[in-house]
Design a protein around this ligand. Sequence first.
Ligand code: PEP
Ligand code: MG
Length: 535
Amino acid sequence: MVEIKVQKTASRGIAIASAYIYREVDLTPDQYSVAEDEIEQEEARFQEVKRAVLTELEQLAQENPIFAAHMGIADDYTLQEGIVTRIQSGKKNVQQAILEAVEEVADIFEQMEDEYMRERKADVLDIGKRFLIKCKKISIQDLGAIRQPVIVVAKDLFPSDTVKMDPKYIKGIITEEGGVTSHVSIMAKNYGIPVLTGVSGILDQVEDGLTICMDAKCGTIVVEPEQAVLEAYERLSEEEAIEQENIKKYRALEPVTPQGKRISLCINVGNTEEMKLALDKNVDGVGLFRTEFLYMENSHFPTEEEQFAVYKEAATLCPKEVTIRTLDIGGDKSLPYYEFEPEENPFLGWRAIRISLDMPEMFETQLRAILRASVFGHIRIMFPMLISVEELLEAKQIVAKCKNKLRQEGIPFDEGIEIGMMMETPASVLLAEEFAKEADFFSIGTNDLTQYILAVDRGNKKIASRYDSFHPAVWKAIETIIQAGHKYKCKVGMCGELAGDVAAIPKLLELGLDEFSMSAGTVDYARRAIIGKVI
Ligand code: PEP
Ligand code: MG
């Protein structure tokens, strides 16, 4: 039995399940040469790999038709020929041949006129990855395909790894890297999955299939527990289930403070599935709809129609407020179909509104989709990562341009749609009054605000203890934002993780915060903290 203590936690929940190790894969082709008399054998190696990939895809296709299309690509003549010719004439080893041929075919797709065909590039690259994984005899790990209860243990997880997870089977997540406000932590919390990040050395202590008990609130992990410890965790898990039942009693109550102020209590979501899971939580709406996941789950930039369908569904599901944040990509969030230039400091780099303003066509596509969906409910638009009033004005002008076009096309939208912004950069704090004159609402993003005010990377485990949203400088910033907002009748909410921290809620209420938006898993506890009494 091994017991591990974790310093910082940002989640709750007890999990008991077998370990599932999620390994990083290095797909760089092995460097070996192929002699004349080995060519045939090398080609046979490829045919074997191809057969294995096709069998695997056939099975996956039974659950998801996307994989049927992938079978066609894996069997595509041009790709086959490219690989075989490289082995036969170029005497390349099979891994190198696959890499080169796949890149060549992917480039051909990228040059095509037809948008649909262009989008197939990502599929070709995915097939190449499957071939290489088979060649290198690495077993493919798809968290979306897990069908038994497990605790995922990984060095780090990226949002693209986790978007497909099914919370029915993923009982917990433990990572060596990543901080408590990494997007993986946030997504896991939205699904109610206990998560512990920054657990150095966990991969040395755990093997696939070993039993793990984890308490995400106290920050304890026990590997291969003794019987008595296992039973203690089972009891804790039962107690937790009872507490979760008890806390539900508060759901019927309005979030009104002891002083009589009605607070708006909302949830943060990354997709409409998360909204459906939270429909019974009696919230005032969605204070943050992170649209980047819609982009990340795709194999192409989502079209206006694709986005419209999602935003319309969101507005219909929740006729109260739905605050749609425009694309906040970059930082730790990348796209499988778009190559970002490597950056020394991605969190200080080409991110969020900077990308939207630099790619106006893509931005307009998103804004049109949001505007069109706005007639189906109460949608608000929110921009991320602003550092200057000029950026806000430019973004608002693009909204106005989209509105004009829609008017000309006779397409309805909510003329009075509110436009607000995330307050998550030091510049936005210092210019809060100027921003308040132009924005309809503020939402304080304490996850980024903390990292930028303190100059502490939110995902770096080495400095995780320095990442502190309770730091007085962060609270000074929060106070400044609330005061500036109220001075100009701009409502102030918070959608960073601090909003759902019951230790922070009394102070935030005292400062006058109007709206609290958080992971659905913490809403019941926040409601109890706002009401301020036990029932
Ligand atoms: C934040 O920065 O606090 C926030 C809510 O946005 P994200 O976590 O998506 O960066
Ligand atoms: Mg942010």
